[in-house]
Design a protein around this ligand. Structure first.
Ligand code: VG1
Ligand code: CO
Length: 545
């Protein structure tokens, strides 16, 4: 009945994982053997520890359930003895990280394409996390990729799982035990250990109004349980709370463009005191005040400056880290706190070593990602609870707190311009040409700005010494401004060029301007330097955040 089948197969040539796992169109994953090949490659590259469980769950998007069935059968055929699966196949990315750590799993498989749209025409994704709860480091993802290039068979149980995924309980599948667990419980307990839930209850039951937009993605059940049930926020605090396979047709991406329902409320009449949103898999966050947007780079800096408000962080921080394109706002706080500040390549996996070694406590990315040493992923709801804890302690609003922060540390005006769906060859030509000209740039004037230094970011991991090359081109201007160029590693169609722009303003009298205007000269200089209009045939970016 539960025989292991060995199925002959041939490799696909496109299974190189990007910034966070393998992301493709659903139709690509639906090809015969496609998912099976990649999952078998994981089990071939990673040692299965039969004494420890595997964690499995996803963001609930289209194909999540089918993929869980296939992965369970392949896991059982590869010597896994116990799998913890989130009820309904759900686990947010940070909750999966929490469960891996708490239950001493040897790893976890997370099914998500994060903020990319879902549904039969949308995207699907799969990612392997290691025993520390974090995304597999490059050495592991490379081993999985190498294996996927030469795979010629996979092992799969002939038996189909016949039990329902929607009820907590234990079931046998071949020699393996499948435990359906509450996807929220372990995570909620961890949040309770970090934040002052009593103070949050007083705040949320005392007239402070929060609106949390789950964007029909995985954080719905988490936010309802924690914000409404445990903290007593009024019913309706969480909007778009039911996870849908196609996220209601939207982009589950928390930014001013895609979190429309939330933005309308926060910028409309009778706006609540705070707005927040998370993405498809629950690891991103956007924080809004009444008619006020908190840039993710500033959010990291503010939480760092106010870390003592939260009981779980009421101690000196070991250090902080930000991804290279993230603004330098947090660097200024680190300097004041006299703690180290690390600059890492884009992607959460680079924070993992620093977190494991105890070198940093908080970290973040400009792409709406913030997190800490409590798990090994960025964590959307955690950031929202942290902000609430700061507000409860300070008894001030979101905007007031950020403005006070700028007065003290200065404001790092920031924006990101994305050129999406461009021809991949053109994108690489642009980057190559810019890279070639780097040595000639210092000293040259572009408009009103002078290039001070220019390089292609190369990262040496301070813990294990591993080196990552070509992590983005950095141009520093003498006028305390910076432009960064890199190509996205998460898209599924063509290439995306990301241009990150920032400029520092220490003068409190000049901190209330529109970032696009303040950054106009830096934006023009960046376009000229990279010859964007000529090489991409584009006059304006597709998305501005
Ligand atoms: C983007 C972001 C990056 C983030 C990654 C995964 O990558 O820029 O900061 O770590 O998405 O986020 P890229 O390569 O497209 O720029 V998520 O929420 O997918 O896990
Ligand atoms: Co995400």
């Amino acid at each position: 009945m539960s025989a292991v089948q060995i199925v002959a197969t041939t490799p696909f040539d496109d299974q190189r994982p990007g910034t966070s796992g393998l992301r493709k169109k659903v139709q690509v994953f639906q090809q015969p053997h496609y998912l099976e090949n990649f999952v078998q490659s994981i089990f071939d590259a990673v040692e299965v520890d039969p004494r420890r469980p595997l964690v499995l769950g996803g963001d609930g998007r289209y194909y999540n359930r089918q993929a869980i069935g296939v992965i369970l059968r392949i896991a059982a055929a590869n010597g896994v003895k116990r799998v913890l699966v989130g009820r309904d196949g759900l686990l947010s990315t940070p909750a999966a990280s929490c469960v891996i750590r708490k239950h001493h799993a040897f790893g976890g498989i997370i099914l998500s394409a994060s903020h990319n749209p879902g549904g039969p025409e949308g995207d699907f994704g799969i990612k392997f996390n290691t025993a520390n709860g974090g995304p597999a480091p490059e050495a592991v993802t490379e081993a999985i990729y190498r294996r996927s290039r030469e795979i010629d068979r996979y092992r799969i149980l002939s038996e189909q799982p016949s039990f329902p995924l929607d009820q907590i309980g234990s079931h046998a599948l071949g020699e393996m035990v499948v435990e359906i667990i509450d996807p929220v419980a372990d995570y909620a307990e961890l949040m309770e250990s970090l934040f002052d839930f009593q103070a949050l209850r007083t705040l949320l039951q005392g007239g402070f109004r929060l609106c949390f937009d789950a964007m029909h993605a995985v954080t719905g059940p988490y936010a309802c349980e924690i914000l409404e049930r445990r903290l007593g926020a009024p019913e309706g605090t969480v909007i778009n709370a039911t996870p849908l396979e196609d996220f209601g047709g939207g982009h589950p991406d928390p930014n001013l463009t895609y979190a429309k329902d939330l933005v309308e409320r926060l910028y409309g009449p009778d706006a609540p005191d705070m707005g927040a949103a998370s993405d498809g898999d629950g690891d991103r966050n956007m924080i809004l005040g009444r008619g006020f947007f908190v840039s993710p780079s500033d959010s990291l800096a503010v939480l760092t400056a106010h870390h003592r408000a939260a009981p779980g962080y009421d101690r000196p921080l070991a250090g902080v880290a930000r991804s290279m394109p993230t603004s330098r706002a947090v660097d200024r706080v680190a300097q004041a706190l006299e703690i180290p500040c690390y600059e890492t390549p884009t992607g959460w996996k680079f924070f993992g070593n620093l977190l494991d070694a105890g070198r940093i406590t908080l970290c973040g990315e400009e792409s709406f990602g913030t997190g800490s040493d409590h798990v090994r992923e960025k964590d959307g709801l955690w950031a929202v609870l942290f902000w609430l804890n700061v507000l409860a302690r300070e008894q001030r609003g979101v905007e007031e707190i950020v403005r006070a922060h700028w007065r003290r540390f200065g404001r790092d005006y920031y924006t990101r311009h994305d050129y999406e769906g461009i021809d991949s060859k053109r994108a690489h030509t642009l980057m190559d040409q810019l890279r070639e000209r780097l040595p000639t740039l210092p000293g040259s004037r572009i408009g009103t700005l002078t290039v001070e230094s220019a390089d292609d970011f190369r990262y040496t991991d301070p813990v294990d010494g591993s080196v990552s090359e070509h992590q983005g081109i950095r141009i520093h201007f003498a006028e305390d401004a910076r432009a960064v160029f890199r190509l996205s590693g998460t898209g599924t169609q063509g290439a995306t060029l990301r241009v990150y722009l920032e400029r520092y303003e220490p003068d409190p009298a000049r901190q209330d301007r529109d970032p696009q205007q303040v950054l106009a000269e830096v934006i023009t200089a960046a376009r000229e330097l990279a010859r964007i209009p000529q090489l991409l045939d584009r006059e304006t970016p597709d998305v501005i955040t």
